[in-house]
Design a protein around this ligand. Sequence first.
Ligand code: DLL
Length: 439
Amino acid sequence: MTTFAFENRIWEQDETLSREQLSKLQLERLKQTLEQVANVPFYKKVLAENKLSPDSIKSLDDLRRIPFTNKEDLRQHYPLGFMAVPREQISRIHGSSGTTGKPTFVAYTVGDRERWANLCARFLVAGGLRSNHLVHIAFGFGLFTGGFGLHFGVEKVGAGILPAAAGNTPRQIMLLQDLAAEVLICTPSYSLQIAEVARAQGIDPAQLPLKFGHFGGEPWTEDMRLEIERELGIMAFNNYGLSEVIGPGVSGECVARCGMHIQEDHFIVECINPDTLEPVQQGEQGELVFTSLTKEAMPVLRYRTRDIATLDYSPCPCGRTGVRMSRVVGRTDDMLIIRGVNVFPSQVEEALLRVEGTAPHYLIEVDRPGTLDEVKVHVEIRPQDFSDKMSQMQALRDRIDREIHSVTGIRMKVELVEPQSLERSFGKAQRVIDHRNDK
Ligand code: DLL
């Protein structure tokens, strides 16, 4: 009998289906999903071109006959071209950032929302949440799936919620002290920011009443987990998801904390080599690909996440049978996650293009000097616009700052550099230096 630091409780028996039961259920649901996606013109065409129908899927191996879906496909059908239900049946819309400054919208029916809340409840309970707890949610409540997704998951468990939302850290600390929440939900980096600001106020963050936290939405490391646990005096759990697949609730850690259980009765996962697009050997690193099995409003087939991780099919002492994914160790595209917000270098480029006087030469430098990500954008000025007048340069910098903020939603430090001063490359231009990877 394995003992854990926390009691191991399982929210739904479906989390413990045998591989055989799971495969049977997945096949059944995959067929239903093929029926559902036929309502989406994009998928209708894909199915016809590949001679696919629910009846032609005889085993889970047939999944590989279905082409992949990419973020670009969703983008080309902006805003709601991937909906498989009439607009009247949409109960909620969320979005994730894209390369164009326009979000990728995702939608939910009432049934989708109910299943989503349940999926979040599963990993929250797996990681210690009980109905007697008070949960402080410091995620943004808005288009981002983190705030509302977790909110309804916590509500499902029956625990109390303080929807503190993101920002104004001193106020967050006051709330944590005065209302004494036991559970913190936010991005891992924001939890460290809370600790740092508390220290600066002369408060020992480990003395806050918090007992544990569920963190996700951005990559973090085992070292960061140790730091969060030490600083805040809590146990820290990892959870993963992406808007296009559902949001948070795709996977999460249990008390054994040896990987995040993927909720395989709702999503089929594949791990592929991003170059050959063939499955990797078990345990090898690859890009995760998800097929939704129970979504009504926006089902996705073989959605390429660009997230790199490994899968572990060995039994978990907690009794859940969902395969466990490792931490996300990287991406196969150039997407950056800055303080939990997805940003593509092309968005910065788009912002610069809106500003007269800047050359298309720029370099984005990302670092995490303390607990929060910081971004500096070095922008080359065109020779004819270079000026010795401070006020002119300041005005240009402010303009760029505003445009970048309007396109990406985050503030970056803008540094204007002299014409021809950024290094030129002959092949693919290096647009990003990410010092967070040096640590
Ligand atoms: O970040 C959903 C989410 C919210 C998950 C809150 C967990 C908690 P998006 O904004 O669409 O959705 O961003 C999805 O974020 O493809 C990963 O690259 C990254 N990501 C999410 N969770 C983790 C994690 C939400 N635990 C993208 N570790 C994904 C590493 C993560 N990366």
